[in-house]
Ligand binder design. Structure first.
Ligand code: AMP
Ligand code: MG
Length: 401
């Protein structure tokens, strides 16, 4: 049996970066950029009016002019008008280009409009270019706005759109097969016998992956039948980039996965890790170098295994090498009855002093998937320690991205 740290090292040593592809921006959400996003023009691209109001030439105000004849309206979306009389004004709208001849915007709140004239309220103190968002003051043309390697979340997608990227170069998302196993496990719409259970593992795996942007996930179920496993897993090794199996890796008479994978030429890189839950974890690599994860079928083991091992592996494969680590401070003393690394579900709450605290949600064993809904993720408690005092700091893995 290897340690969790050794398992991490073996898994990391088998990461291979996926190729890049160009995809329409609308389908790129949550993917990872493989190109920088460069400003195609200044930001903002012109001197932009920031408030609805009037535009004047400040020197008129400095000379004492307080009532201005309105020459016209500078709408957003039309070319710049020209202020003909420097002692007159133009009405200006938010988002419009600042008219030529104007160098000061006064918001409507500071103006009284009567019969084609704009009268300034008393006590206004005006400055040159006030309420004007000056061209290139945010970023200059050719500036790098987003670096490659970033995930395309809401802000990044906005930048891509604003610079005219109809398509972006991103890491190709791997095509992933999620495979449940077990004769006792049946489809959620099927009629249920008393000795059967509904499958939930493929759903949790698919949901966890899709939440993190993996959008090419396909679910299957195979009975504990060596021939069927061999045929179908063999085909999946051809058709998919990654296989994530659940169940069939323990020591039961019908836990055929390690043997079948071995016969299919998938090299076992480790089997069994000093951890609880999820000790029977299996990891290997096909002849073509495709990774295969064999997660133990107990639902808590499966869910923890996906977040602890599979997602970090996939994230690195698509180019996310550094995910900020999260930590929680224990909200109460915790006693552990094992010398193995222990993954403990916790409810995480941010206290007013901004410290994230974790309260244990002990499942009633590794089959108690329902209690996981009460937790926000789990913490990793190091091996060979049996007591952790309130306030101890632990690495936290969140259920979401
Ligand atoms: P195994 O790892 O195949 O020995 O399975 C361990 C436990 O997890 C057994 O109680 C199984 O019934 C259960 N289990 C296996 N696969 C699933 C699944 N897809 N959904 C829910 N429970 C499962
Ligand atoms: Mg089984």
């Amino acid at each position: 049996m290897i340690t969790v740290k050794e398992a991490d090292t073996i898994i990391s040593g088998n990461i291979k970066k996926y190729p890049s592809v160009r995809v329409p921006l609308q389908s790129a959400f949550r993917m990872v950029l493989r190109e920088d996003l460069i400003a195609d023009r200044d930001l903002p691209p012109f001197n932009r009016v920031m408030m609805d109001g009037i535009g004047i030439n400040l020197s008129a105000w400095e000379k004492g002019v307080r009532t201005f004849t309105i020459e016209g309206i500078q709408k957003a979306g039309i070319p710049a008008l020209n202020l003909k009389n420097p002692e007159a004004c133009l009405e200006v709208m938010t988002g419009a280009v600042l008219p030529q001849g104007c160098d000061c915007v006064i918001p409507v709140e500071g103006v009284e409009m009567v019969k084609g004239k704009a009268k300034l309220k008393d006590s206004l103190n005006l400055t040159r270019m006030q309420y004007v968002h000056i061209q290139s003051s945010d970023h200059q043309a050719r500036a790098r706005l987003v670096s490659k390697g970033s995930r395309l979340l809401a802000s990044q997608v906005a930048v891509a759109a604003s610079i005219g990227k109809q398509e972006v170069l991103v890491s190709q998302m791997p095509k992933i097969a999620v495979v449940g196993t077990g004769d006792e496990v049946i489809g959620i719409g099927q009629k249920l016998a008393p000795y059967q259970i509904r499958r939930s593992n493929s759903y949790v795996i698919q949901a966890a992956l899709e939440l993190c942007g993996y959008n090419r996930v396909f679910c299957f179920h195979i009975r504990d039948d060596k021939d069927e496993l061999k045929t179908r897993l063999g085909k999946m090794l051809e058709d998919f980039d990654v296989l994530i199996l659940s169940g069939g890796v323990s020591r039961g008479k019908f836990d055929y996965i390690p043997e079948v994978l071995n016969r299919l030429g998938v090299k076992e890189l480790f089997h069994r890790v000093k951890q609880r839950p999820g000790k029977p974890l299996w990891f290997g690599k096909s002849k073509e170098g495709k990774p295969v994860f064999g997660l133990p079928g107990n639902p808590v083991s499966t869910q923890v295994g996906v977040y602890r091992y599979v997602l970090p592996f996939l994230d690195k494969s698509i180019g996310i090498w550094s995910v900020p680590e999260e930590f929680v401070s224990l909200e109460e003393d915790v006693e552990i009855k094992t010398d193995l690394t222990y993954f403990l579900p916790v409810k995480a709450e941010s206290r007013q002093d901004s410290c994230l605290v974790g309260s244990p949600v002990f499942p009633n064993g590794s089959g108690d998937y329902a209690s996981l809904t009460k937790a926000d993720g789990f913490i990793e408690l190091p091996p060979d320690t049996f007591r952790f005092a309130k306030g101890a700091i632990a690495r936290f893995y969140r259920w979401k991205i």
